[in-house]
Design a protein around this ligand. Structure first.
Ligand code: SF4
Length: 164
């Protein structure tokens, strides 16, 4: 077995009223993760980061710590299509009700993946990240950070639309 634990943060379920870690609370979640440092170090287990962790909310010292493991983390978000028992498919769990399609509509896995890559790009067109400073961020331009999860970006946009 790989000595690796994938750590996910709770995300907004688009179209639902669930509790989740908001952009302003990301630092607190990261501090909580780092509070387990001694355990990770003693057990030699790499903390893997699931989609949406913002690079800029880690201190450089925390980044150095994470990069010291066998499986260094990424700060990305990408489609991870899920297939439901009724053969409906969606971008990822938080976007389960967004642009849901049927597996039968695609002729191949490649075609389905391309479709969700397109959805991923479309969501990123209106706002590039979960913080205002994502626009023009050098870490995003270098591909180090994708600016948080697409579900958070979409949620932010929908909330903004509700207020206008
Ligand atoms: S892209 Fe956004 S979340 Fe990522 S490091 Fe830059 S400002 Fe932070």
């Amino acid at each position: 077995m790989k000595r690796y634990i994938r750590i996910g943060i709770t995300h907004p379920l688009v179209g639902e009223q669930n509790n989740f870690i908001r952009p302003e609370d990301m630092r607190g979640a990261i501090q909580r993760l780092c509070s387990f440092r001694t355990l990770f170090d003693e057990q030699g287990v790499s903390p893997g980061l699931d989609c949406g962790f913002p690079f800029c909310r880690f201190t450089s010292e925390e980044i150095d710590w994470l990069n010291g493991f066998e499986y260094p983390p990424g700060f990305q978000c990408g489609p991870g299509p899920d297939i439901a028992p009724d053969l409906s498919v969606f971008h990822c769990l938080p976007l389960a009700s967004y642009s849901r399609r049927s597996l039968r509509e695609f002729r191949s896995l490649k075609e389905m993946n391309e479709h969700f890559q397109q959805i991923h790009k479309q969501i990123g067109k209106g706002a590039v990240g979960i913080f205002d400073e994502c626009d023009g961020c050098r870490h995003r331009e270098k591909g180090i950070c994708s600016g948080g999860g697409r579900c958070q970006i979409l949620h932010r946009r929908l909330i903004g639309a509700d207020k206008s």
